[in-house]
Ligand binder design. Sequence first.
Ligand code: OSB
Ligand code: MG
Length: 376
Amino acid sequence: MMDPVSVQRIVLREIRLALREPFSISSGTVTHRRILLLELTDAEGVTGWSECVAGEAPNYSPETVDTAWLALTEWIAPRVLGCPLHAERILATLEQDFRGHRMAKAAVEMGMWGLAATRARTSLARLIGGATGRIPVGISLGIQRRPADLVERARAALEQGYHKIKLKIKPGSDIAFVGAVREALGSKAPLMADANNAYTLEQADHLARLDAFELLMIEQPLAWDDLVRHAELQKKLRTPICLDESITSVERAQDMITLKSGRIVNIKPGRIGGVSESRAIHDLCGRHGIPVWCGGMLESGVGRAYNVALASLPNFTIPGDLSPSSRYWERDIVTPEWTMDGNGMMRVPVDRPGIGVEVDVGMVEDLTVRKEILAA
Ligand code: OSB
Ligand code: MG
């Protein structure tokens, strides 16, 4: 059992980091990430860094960078600062009479795990029960203007060794795009699609046309908070549905299993409330024969550390959206940067204490556009 940790100080910073290329999903395009970073310090001066995955606009979840900032300063920090708490218990503490804001809550929860790993002089991956030293990497490709542009990027990804290629889709950029990639890359290429809520159940026949392309799965075709219609849709599709946005807690994962709304879960710790809740979903799905994989939110190297550690758990049997730093950034804010070898594998830093990478604090300070120090 870990010791409880008493966080004395949380430094909130918002940085701006330019993506190497714009990233488009059905609900919008991002060219720069506004990233909320947390630096937690305990009574002995040990620090832990974490990242909030909320975006600039509420087009993925209702949370944004600004709502997370408010939730953290007004409600979350006052509840944790100066209180001895186990990382496993943080989310329960934050859920008491406090609805929603799971991304903001997750940022503190994850920071507590990183801090606990540093204190225990063990890697985050080992601390949370990680089982493997190398994980297969997948890539998520944004919506492109023409099918040929998507084919070019998908082919390059396959050549780089990626184990799964996710194609973002929306009405008008779906059948022809996915079909062109399948045709160009052949029947063995590990392809999937992600619609980010761009369809309605009335479009079930249209979506069923994707069955012809033998995709590994189609991610979140319907509304962000829906489970019932996804169950209806799954009956009409041969392709497995994977839920992302809809799974915000272990209870929602349980509902998905009960209702048969999907057959695969995309776990993002930053969306779900952190490491403990993610592990609970991982364990639940494992017991029900539901494979899980770790999604991404275009994280910096800080948030990525938590995803990589989580993805080393045994029921993460499908490659995650865990691309190396260089896919997103000219230069990442951590050393060493996250890398992928020629076989599409990423090393889990099990031999380094804490999150396994050092934050380049000087670079972070240079990129900071907003900062607030919260103290006990
Ligand atoms: O739906 O998985 C998604 C990025 C932003 C918002 C939602 C999603 C994504 C991705 C990016 O697919 C995955 C990555 O971080 O590489
Ligand atoms: Mg998704």
